[in-house]
Ligand binder design. Structure first.
Ligand code: PGA
Length: 252
C-alpha cells in the first residue's frame, strides 16, 4: 500500500551552515520518535553532500530540488542526476511550478529529467498544479492531466510506480492561501483516477500523492485526513524544525 510522506522543500534558503544546523535539529526532534510517515528533506545542491551523511537515514531521506536534463558534459552550472545520487541523496523534486515558470521547464525537458533521475536510482517527486486563472476557469483537471501526460505517460508501469506525485496549486504556494480539504481531495482523487486509467488500479493505489501549498501544522491534519491525500510537500514550514515536526505529527 502507498506510503504517507512529509517532504520539505527548502527552496533557495539557508547557507550551508544554516542547513546543517537545521538537519541536526531535525535529527534531534525525531530522535525519540517513530514517525508515522516517511520524512524527506529536499535541499539546495550544495547542502546534499553534507546533510545526507548527517541525518538519521532510518528516519529522514534526502533529496535535491532539481537536476539537469542532460547526462553530463559541457553544461556550465548544471548538476546531473548522477551527481545528486553520488551524494547519497535518494529523491529529486521535478516540475516544481517555480522551475516551470521562472526557468521555462517544458514538459519535454521534464520528461528527460524524470528519465535521467530514474536511470540514476533517484525517486522523482513530480509536481503538478494549476495557476489561479486556470482554477477560476474550472480548468484544473485539464491542466494537471496535461502535465502528467506530457512528462510521465511514456514511462512503463514499472517506472511510473517509482514516482511520488505532488499536487501543488500555484495559487496556494507561499501565499498563505491553502486549498480546502475538499478541493485537495477532489483533485487528488482525479489524479489517482487518471493514473488508474493509464496504468491500472494497483499502480494508482500504490502511488503517493502529496499536497503542497501553504501546508502547515494547523491545516495538515485536515488535509491529510482525506483518503487520496498521502502527505505534503512543504515549503515555508519546512524551514524550522518545530514547524516541520508539527506537520509530521499530523500523522500521529
Ligand atoms: P509553501 O511551498 O509550503 O511555502 O507554500 C510549497 C512548495 O512550493 O513546495
Amino acid at each position: 500500500m502507498r506510503k504517507n510522506i512529509v517532504a520539505g522543500n527548502w527552496k533557495m534558503n539557508k547557507t550551508l551552515q544554516e542547513g546543517i544546523a537545521l538537519a541536526k535539529e531535525l535529527n534531534e526532534v525525531l530522535a525519540n520518535e517513530r514517525p508515522n510517515c516517511d520524512v524527506i528533506i529536499c535541499t539546495p545542491f550544495i547542502h546534499l553532500a553534507s546533510v545526507t551523511p548527517l541525518v538519521d537515514s532510518a528516519k529522514i531521506g534526502v533529496g535535491a530540488e532539481n537536476c539537469a536534463d542532460k547526462e553530463s558534459g559541457a553544461y556550465t552550472g548544471e548538476v546531473s542526476a548522477a551527481m545528486v545520487a553520488s551524494t547519497g541523496a535518494k529523491y529529486v523534486i521535478l516540475g516544481h511550478s517555480e522551475r516551470r515558470a521562472y526557468y521555462h521547464e517544458t514538459p519535454e525537458i521534464l520528461k528527460e529529467k524524470v528519465r535521467l533521475a530514474l536511470a540514476n536510482g533517484l525517486t522523482p517527486i513530480f509536481c503538478v498544479g494549476e495557476v489561479l486563472e486556470e482554477r477560476e476557469a474550472g480548468k484544473q483537471n485539464e491542466v494537471v492531466y496535461g502535465q502528467l501526460a506530457g512528462s510521465l505517460f511514456d514511462l512503463s508501469a514499472e517506472d511510473f510506480s517509482r514516482l511520488i506525485i505532488a499536487y501543488e496549486p500555484v495559487w496556494a504556494i507561499g501565499t498563505g492561501k491553502t486549498a480546502t480539504a475538499a478541493q485537495a481531495q477532489e483533485i487528488h482523487a482525479y489524479i489517482r483516477s487518471v493514473i488508474a486509467e493509464k496504468y491500472g488500479k494497483d499502480v494508482a493505489d500504490n502511488t503517493s500523492i502529496l499536497y503542497g501549498g501553504s501546508c502547515k501544522a494547523s491545516n495538515a491534519r485536515e488535509l491529510f485526513a482525506n483518503p487520496d491525500v498521502d502527505g505534503g510537500l512543504i515549503g515555508g514550514a519546512s524551514l524550522k524544525a518545530a514547524d516541520f515536526k508539527g506537520i509530521i505529527d499530523a500523522f500521529n
